[in-house]
Design a binder for this molecule. Structure first.
Ligand code: NAI
Ligand code: MG
Length: 790
């Protein structure tokens, strides 16, 4: 048989190699060694390290190991460039972003080949997915640059942004960071991952070609230490990080108290849910893209298969058959499905985790397929016979390894899907659109794909819930993390609180003439403090005006438990929440005189104006409850992406000392309007306005557990709340030390924080605070992708 006839017979793939030569020529033109790109010029290479091709183990080039001095130079350049860059018109910035997009497109093949060489990903992916998305990202953000002021009135860029990216999508992650930062008017210092620096360096040349003003984009290469130097640099205003959850947490801790902006896009263990009525063949193809795309080194990889029990056996059988057809090989071969992992250390990490899986009782299936000799190649793998507590089910493997479990009912699918500390993405397969759209909002993840997977677009925000991080990349919300209100830079330190009169030496003396201690309010009931102690509340002249409970860890625990039981508040209708907020306003109005008198008693100030302001604020957020909502995006696919605004979860609030009523209500109202149950610590000095508020809550149909109030020492309770894993977000009005402590202690479950850092946030200012300032912080956006077309 001749060769062609034989190929017809066997339908064997022949090699379809892409030439590496243009990329190698580019490296050669730089003599195979690179400095950093700082202030529009290349530094002389200092200490260097090798960037390798993981498919062969060969060195591709030497790149410089950035020192703290290099980082400092880059920050100085970015700082110097910021003034003129941020002063350009939106149209001028747009033209630069457009020029970058055009140049990326023009050199797209070179970028794709270089990316596949340095990272090991199949050329089919770098050519058809990574690089086109990079160009799309710059095009999209050219528009945001131009329309920034119209769409984000009163907002200004942070200044200098430090950006640290991983190796799995080197150029795409660069684009996700640099495009919005520049569009917003920031300048950047970016560090690529140590395994994959080369496309970032080629990108630096694109910036030169685009005539980007020097210092606007600076690229410093290096390892984790270089990243640490960026995080620690005092003149960086915002840090954006994508990478492992461990490093993300270290960065959260390192930036605590610095006032730096922070967005984190971290790991995942995303569920891939297949219902019995799914189009099974499509779901299998989707699964290939979910877990074997980029060798499984994808933060949002569908790495946890949850398949309905009734179809489990058939599905797994088909899956194994499909796995046996996957082709692992030379990343530059255009007919390859799976390329090389990024580095030997990653192969080791994946093997170790698989070994753990086996030790814990899992069964590993690997198809009988060929692997190239040498290089960082692994077969696609499936682990079955696992349960939720197994390491391979709980931990991100970041390799071509799928774990599979089954479920019986939709409720069980949701419970399993959410049984993870992560919350980046999820996939749902079902031909029943009602079922799919019922499940999507119930899954705690930033992106949900229905009957599809791993779709990305610049217009659609991407980012996580829970320990997958916070902040979004792409879309309007992605622009939002690179902008802040202009007035924030003018905030002055808050006036020092007047010291409370000393406690009487004998605790018994405190209660003279007071026969009632205000209790806590937990789960819709008044509760005695667990400590059995109360604290005196003094008026302006040092006179005793009442007593409040001394809250402790146990009271907080009970309050959090009650709040978690009330999470259904977030799925009650927005109209319903609006009605309840209006009702609160109305009932407070009835008691205006009483609340005014209480304010006067505690602060000496005439209370009417504060009560009126609190009523107005409740009205304002009642009005917002059914208006601050999402959008529908039209990505360039046959799909819509519904950007749903969802509550974050249980929100802890530490209210300011001043304005005992309005200070609490100003924070409570937006949190409640958006559907977050709250644990509130009212003013430590003057808690009685909020303990009186219990009765308003009770007469206003607020479901039990939606508002929980614990009185006591703010700083002590702040620490307990910040450390509590049942709290999803925390807002703290407090001094610099308390704010720093709250940010640091939030690391455990990566709760989202807002702190006043001892600055004078005047919550009575309606212009600043009855709009989206707190609404944005009370919500997170989930994008649900829904394909259409028959
Ligand atoms: P990594 O999180 O250490 O690296 C990401 C980036 O952060 C790199 O640029 C690195 O140089 C930098 N970096 C490292 N330590 C730093 C520090 N202390 N301060 C500032 N920057 C620092 O990830 P690594 O070690 O490459 O991979 C380890 C595991 O992390 C993977 O197996 C995977 O499970 C996970 N990972 C997850 C990613 C995701 O997108 N979800 C991306 C990369 C890794
Ligand atoms: Mg490499």
């Amino acid at each position: 048989m001749n060769k062609i006839a034989k190929i017809f017979e066997t339908l064997e793939y022949g090699p379809a190699p892409e030439s590496a030569q243009p990329a190698l020529d580019w490296i050669k033109a730089h003599d195979g060694v690179f400095g950093h790109f700082i202030n529009g010029a290349w530094t002389k290479p200092g200490k260097t390290f090798s960037s390798d091709n993981p498919a062969t183990g060969e060195s591709l080039a030497q790149v410089s190991d950035g020192s703290a001095e290099d980082v400092d130079k880059a920050v100085k350049a970015a700082r110097a460039a910021f003034k003129s860059w941020s002063a350009l018109s939106g149209y001028e910035r747009a033209k630069y972003l457009y020029a970058i997009a055009r140049l990326v497109q023009k050199h797209s093949r070179l970028f794709a080949v270089l990316e596949s060489l340095d990272n090991g990903k199949p050329i089919r992916e770098s050519r058809d997915i990574d690089i086109p998305l990079v160009a799309r990202h710059f095009y999209h953000h050219a528009g945001w640059a131009q329309h920034r002021d119209r769409e984000f009135p009163g907002a200004v860029p942070y200044g200098v942004c430090g950006q640290i990216i991983p190796w799995n999508f080197p150029l795409l992650m660069l684009a996700w960071k640099i495009a919005p930062a520049l569009a917003a008017g920031n300048t950047v210092v970016l560090k690529p991952a140590e395994f994959t620096s080369l496309t970032a360096l080629l990108f630096a040349e694109i910036c030169e070609k685009a005539g980007l003003p020097k210092g606007v984009v600076n690229i410093v290469t290096g390892f984790g230490e270089t990243g640490q130097a960026i995080v620690a640099h005092p003149d960086i205003d915002k840090i954006a990080f994508t990478g492992s959850t461990d490093v993300g947490k270290a960065i959260r801790a390192a930036t605590a108290g610095t006032g730096k902006g922070l967005s984190l896009e971290l790991g995942g263990k995303s569920p891939y849910i297949v219902f019995e009525d799914a189009d099974i063949d499509s779901a299998i193809e989707g699964l290939v893209d979910a877990i074997w795309f980029n060798q499984g080194q994808v933060c949002c990889a569908g790495s946890r298969l949850l398949v309905q029990e009734s179809i489990e056996e058939r599905f797994i059988r088909k899956l194994k058959l499909r796995m046996s057809k996957l082709r692992v090989g030379d990343p530059l071969d255009k007919a390859i499905d799976i390329g090389a992992l990024v580095a030997p250390v990653q192969v080791e990490r994946v093997r170790e985790l698989m070994q753990r899986g086996v030790e814990e009782g899992g069964s590993v299936y690997e198809p009988d397929i060929d692997l190239p000799a040498g290089g960082c190649f692994l077969k696609p793998a499936l682990i079955t016979d696992v349960s939720p507590a197994n390491t391979v089910v709980a931990e991100e493997i970041f390799g071509p390894v799928l774990v599979a479990m089954s479920f019986r009912t939709p409720e069980e699918a949701v419970a399993l899907a959410n049984n993870t500390r992560y919350g980046l993405a999820a996939t749902i397969w079902s031909e029943n659109i009602n079922l799919a759209l019922d499940i999507a909002p119930k899954i705690k993840a930033g992106v949900v794909w229905i009957n599809g997977t791993n779709n990305f677009d610049a217009a659609v925000g991407f980012g996580g819930y829970k320990e997958s991080g916070f902040g979004r990349e792409g879309g309007k919300e992605g622009m939002g993390v690179y902008l802040k209100p202009a007035w924030e830079k003018d905030l002055k330190p808050a006036p020092a609180a007047k010291a409370s009169p000393a406690k009487p030496a004998n605790p018994l003396d405190a209660s003279q003439g007071i026969d009632q201690t205000a209790k806590m309010y937990i789960g819709g009931k008044q509760a005695r403090p667990d400590s059995g102690y109360s604290r005196p509340v003094f008026g302006p002249a040092g006179n005793l005006v009442g007593e409040a409970g001394e809250g402790n860890r146990k009271d907080i625990r009970n309050a959090v438990e009650a709040a978690r039981a009330a999470l259904g508040w977030g799925t009650s209708s927005a109209h319903n929440r609006a009605q309840i907020l209006y009702f609160l306003a109305e009932n407070l109005q009835y008691r205006r005189a009483e609340f005014a008198a209480r304010i006067k008693e505690q602060t000496g100030e005439k209370g009417e104006a504060e009560v009126d302001a609190a009523i107005e604020r409740l009205f304002a957020f009642a009005g917002w409850a059914d208006k601050y909502d999402g959008a529908v995006h039209n990505p360039p696919l046959r799909a819509i992406a519904a950007a749903m605004v969802e509550p974050i979860g249980v929100l802890a609030i530490l209210a300011p000392q001043a304005r005992p009523l309005l200070g609490s209500v100003a924070l409570l109202a937006p949190a409640l309007a958006m559907g977050n149950p709250v644990v509130l610590v009212p003013s430590e000095k003057s808690p009685l306005s909020m303990t009186d508020f219990y009765q308003v809550l009770e007469t206003s149909d607020v479901p039990s557990g939606v508002v929980n109030i614990v009185t006591g020492d703010s700083a002590v309770l702040a620490k307990t709340l910040a450390e509590h894993d049942g709290i999803d977000a925390i807002w703290c009005v407090g001094d610099a030390a308390t704010s720093t402590m709250v940010e640091k202690a939030s690391v455990g479950n990566l709760k989202q924080t807002w702190t006043s850092r001892g600055l004078n946030y005047d919550l009575s200012d309606t212009e600043k605070f009855d709009g989206d300032y707190f609404l944005r912080r009370a919500t997170q956006v989930k994008n649900v992708w829904v394909p259409y077309g028959a």
